[in-house]
Ligand binder design. Structure first.
Ligand SMILES: Cc1ncc(COP(=O)(O)O)c(C=O)c1O
Length: 631
């Protein structure tokens, strides 16, 4: 071959390779990209400004019906009624694009990331890192290196508590939280405080169920090293002024963490404008899959943190005695990550952005305000959170006179409506409000006003069917007996001297019960209870005490088993009249149709069983939780 031609050819090849490389670098790597660039390092992202576009505020151009059709799960009947999904604060539904992304990944690209030199591994790595870039843009982070993939908000907060907290927190330091935090933003700090000797303080809420900002100076002292707070309360719906809170924290030199579990999928978020040091989110609440989420951390702050989990991926080199660690975010991503989840979360981000977060926010807020107004029209119903017109996201929790949240949720479920009932993982807040639980409707962009109207109709009917007590569709006899026992529980009170006391609780719904049993070697001499719970729980306890008083121990145990068999039987079998020995207790046989309520019916009985065991062991104080029992 001609040597000059040879040289020209080599030169052209080098130039082409260079041009290709520059082009790929500029373009970045998209999902499914096979360019072989395995890491996107230091990629500075374009500043992203939130434009409140006129057309986004006027949602008339958006076809919400068409968007709804993207969610296959919504097209189904529950208990013979079209599904109305109002449990979005727990987890959102997933559009087809996200489901397809998961499937596509496993069908075409499944491989481990950051390790392989083969095509599949490079494709998987590119798609995984592209998702990080998308998330960084979505939050307006300064760089993709500020995004750590985690399993979700809970893990993100634990990561901060365990890395930052362990390194920087000392006895006498204060972590400031608020009274409206989710358990995920409480328990990690409690554990940290126990370990370090630091103190927890709580910014109070006011009568409007908003943060008492007028008391911020009192709480945000120079002792505070970290201020961690929720953006949108999952129980109250309150939207907190996060930028204002971060600015105040900066003044006293405290770091800030925003719990964005309820806001990340619902409104525009700009971490630079907010000015937070950390922000935690969950993919599954924003159209993404479960088991994936992210922690945003300011680069300089992340760099100052020690590793958390040790293992593969997070190291530079490993010796038998010592290792060196990668820079963030990889330092915090030990082991094989949730690759498919991260990629699908990237697709969820694309999906949400295609609709527009301003429009989503507007839609959710309007629906929540409408629901708040209509719910307020039902007699005896009280909506929690800011008053009408206040700063509320798409969450509306409420309590009904004479109706435990569990009963409300069961009634709604029978009409095909998915609500949430309980303490919503905000037990301290519920206690502060003097409540055990509340019912909650939480909205997303695929929900409609007609669905809210249906909820109102169902609740109003449930309220009017029985005047003294909220009724469940378990039959007329049930209604009569339950109305009687739930409103006038028998043997309600305490036994002091020599009685065995068992505290029972049903964490999923917030039922609590204290059972006092006076036992002789042969029989149940006396039995009383106190507590507060749903109608099923209270009725069961009341009827149980009537039934067991005076029975010998063996007979009492036999009745317990009979009752269990009656309520926990297959939902497909008719309760019929039930065993004669159970008498009125047979009205609760209908509970079998609601398997999730078996725990409510069994709480008092489980406490009784525990009391017998305690007595046998010579102990007089005990506790029982239905968390680990099937009912
Ligand atoms: C406000 C808030 N914070 C944290 C969490 C915990 O989220 P995850 O369970 O996805 O970690 C939730 C979940 O409901 C939440 O609502």
């Amino acid at each position: 071959m001609n040597p000059i031609l040879d040289q020209l050819l080599v030169g052209a090849l080098i130039l082409a390779a260079l041009a290709y490389f520059i082009f790929r670098k500029k373009k970045g790597c998209g999902a499914g990209c096979d360019c072989g660039v395995t890491k996107i390092k230091g990629l500075a992202l374009q500043p992203f400004r939130w434009k409140l576009k006129q057309d986004a505020m006027n949602q008339s151009h958006i076809s919400w019906d068409r968007i709804r059709a993207d969610f296959p799960i919504l097209d189904q009947q529950v208990h013979g009624q079209p599904l109305i999904y109002f449990d979005n604060a727990a987890t959102s539904q997933k559009p087809r694009a996200v489901l397809d992304a998961l499937r596509h990944y496993y069908e075409h690209d499944n491989s481990n990331v950051h390790r392989g030199m083969h095509a599949l591994s490079m494709r998987a790595t590119d798609a995984y890192e592209a998702a990080r870039v998308k998330l960084a843009r979505y939050l307006n982070a300064a760089s993709a290196e500020e995004i750590v993939f985690t399993r979700g908000t809970t893990e993100s907060i634990n990561l901060v508590a365990q890395t930052w907290g362990t390194k920087f927190l000392r006895e006498g330091d204060v972590i400031l939280l608020t009274e409206m935090e989710h358990h995920s933003n409480l328990v990690p700090w409690q554990l940290l405080a126990e370990r370090t000797g630091a103190t927890l303080r709580f910014l109070p809420i006011n009568d409007r169920h908003e943060l008492a900002l007028d008391r911020l100076d009192e709480f945000l002292t120079s002792q505070v090293k970290l201020f961690s707070f929720v953006h949108i309360s999952n129980s109250l719906g309150t939207i907190n002024p996060v930028a204002e809170l971060c600015a105040a924290a900066r003044k006293v030199g405290a770091l800030t963490l925003v719990d964005a579990a309820q806001s990340a999928g619902h409104l525009p978020l700009d971490v630079q404008a907010i000015g937070c040091d950390f922000l935690a989110l969950s993919g599954h609440k924003m159209c993404g899959p479960t088991g994936i989420g992210a922690l945003y951390g300011k680069k300089t702050v992340l760099e100052s943190l020690p590793p958390w989990h040790g293992g593969g991926e997070m190291i530079v080199s490993v010796g038998y005695e010592k290792s060196t660690y990668k820079q963030p975010p990889y330092r915090f991503e030990a082991g094989t990550p949730n690759i498919a989840g991260a990629i699908a979360l990237g697709v969820a981000v694309d999906y949400i952005e295609a609709i527009g977060r301003e429009a989503i926010f507007e839609h959710d807020c309007q629906l929540a305000q409408y629901a708040q107004k209509r719910l307020g029209e039902i007699p005896g119903l009280r909506v929690l959170g800011p008053p009408l017109g206040g700063a509320r996201g798409g969450v509306v929790s409420f309590v009904m006179e004479h109706a435990h949240a569990h009963d409300v949720v069961t009634l709604a479920d029978q009409a095909g409506i998915a609500l949430r009932g309980g303490h919503h993982c905000t037990q301290p807040l519920m206690h502060k409000l003097g409540l055990e639980s509340s019912a909650r409707a939480s909205f997303y962009f695929y929900n409609t006003q007609a669905e809210v109207d249906r909820l109102i109709a169902v609740l109003a009917e449930g309220q009017s069917r029985a005047s003294a007590s909220f009724s469940l569709p378990l039959g007329e006899l049930y209604e009569t007996v339950v109305t009687d026992h739930a409103t006038r529980p028998r043997n309600f009170g305490k036994l002091e001297e020599g009685a065995v006391h068992v505290h029972g609780d049903n964490p999923s719904c917030g039922d609590t019960l204290d059972l006092h049993v006076q036992l002789s070697p042969e029989k149940v001499e006396n039995i009383k209870f106190t507590g507060s719970g749903c109608t099923i729980c209270m009725t069961s306890a009341s009827l149980m005490t009537l039934k067991l008083k005076g029975k010998n121990r063996a007979e009492a145990r036999r009745l317990m088993h009979l009752f269990h068999d009656q309520v926990a039987a297959s939902p497909d079998t008719e309760a019929g009249r039930g065993p004669r020995e159970l008498g009125d207790l047979n009205v609760l046989g209908g509970v079998r149709k609601f398997p999730q309520r078996v725990k409510c019916a069994m709480l008092a009985w489980r406490a009784f069983e525990q009391a017998l065991n305690e007595a046998d062991a010579g102990v007089t104080e005990g506790s029982i939780s239905t968390e680990d029992a099937e009912g």
